[in-house]
Design a protein around this ligand. Structure first.
Ligand code: NAG
Length: 300
């Protein structure tokens, strides 16, 4: 009787839901959205990219990018080519972000899937639900998860275009919060981690007002990384390549804080990627169960 009970416990451990996540094609998917500094203008001067990719942003076989035709390729800069089609794209923060996560957590995060969606010069109202940018972002994310993977986060860097007109800066916080909540609702991921970059520059005078709005957002699973003070290109609007690398690493630091400190899978947050941890855990659980079972058989 006891033996049957132990076998049942062992069986249920082996079939726990976290196991279904441990599939080799699982990707940790990140949505990249916002305007030019998210798309990347590092190394772009007079609409020409210098073609220099720093080591921290170099390609890696475990970092993929969803192209404009919804196909995966090994990611390389400029990540937003073919997406931010009307501008010259350069280095952004996302390659340094992904490399940093892979290097520090090679076992937890198996493959990263980047979904670039940013478009230069866009303001917050253009990103509202119902608009083209929003629809495109949701369509691309839906395509990204189709062949395996979990959306692990949204990286959002936008607001420079909302510094021109005072009323836009005043309404920024409400519009931004609504956007984040709409994204979480439409992706059916109410606790989706969101990493926001507070702007370092703007197209108009209301930079401080937009920054205050960004700092005022109060949501769970939400972190703000401040880009103020990072080096800018001569246009005084766009982060340089070294600034983007620095920002990408800061974003990775912030993302890793969302992960639980223990290797044990956390059943209350299915967004946490558990690629290898469950295998090890299940192995030890079933192993321990067999030993206990043998012990009881021996006693009888
Ligand atoms: C690029 O420009 C064309 C023509 O102005 C416009 O129709 C299109 O929406 C733009 N695409 C993006 C991604 O901004």
């Amino acid at each position: 009787m006891l033996l049957i009970l132990l076998l049942l416990v062992s069986h249920s451990l082996l079939l726990s839901p976290s196991r279904s996540l441990a599939h080799p094609v699982d990707k940790a998917i990140f949505i990249l959205a916002g305007q030019s500094n998210m798309a990347g203008r590092g190394g772009v001067i007079n609409n020409v990219w210098d073609q220099l990719t720093p080591q921290a942003s170099s390609p890696d076989p475990t970092i993929l990018r969803l192209d404009a035709n919804h196909r995966w390729h090994v990611a390389r800069e400029p990540l937003h080519r073919g997406i931010d089609v009307n501008h010259t794209c350069g280095v952004g923060p996302a390659m340094a972000f992904a490399n940093s996560i892979i290097q520090r957590h090679p076992r937890r995060v198996g493959v990263i899937g980047l979904v670039p969606c940013a478009v230069g010069g866009t303001n917050i109202t253009q990103w509202a639900r119902g608009g083209w940018l929003y629809g495109q972002m949701i369509r691309r994310t839906t395509a990204a998860v189709r062949d395996g993977g979990t959306v692990q986060g949204l990286v959002w860097y936008q607001g420079e275009s909302d510094t021109v007109v005072k009323v836009d800066a005043e309404r920024y916080q409400r519009r931004l919060e609504k956007l984040f909540l709409d994204i979480r609702t439409d992706l059916q991921s109410p606790m989706l981690p969101i990493l926001q970059v507070a702007i370092a520059s703007g197209e108009g005078p209301y930079i401080e007002e937009v920054r205050q709005a960004q700092m005022g957002v109060d949501l769970l699973n939400f972190k703000t990384i401040d880009a103020m003070g990072l080096p800018l290109e001569p246009d005084k609007l766009h982060l340089t390549t070294p600034a983007q690398v620095y920002l990408g690493e800061k974003l990775a630091d912030a993302f890793l804080k969302f992960l639980p400190t223990q290797e044990e899978p956390n059943p209350t947050n299915m967004l946490i990627h558990t690629n290898n941890a469950p295998n090890v855990l299940h192995f030890f659980c079933s192993y321990a169960t067999i030993i206990i079972a043998l012990f009881f058989v021996f006693l009888h």
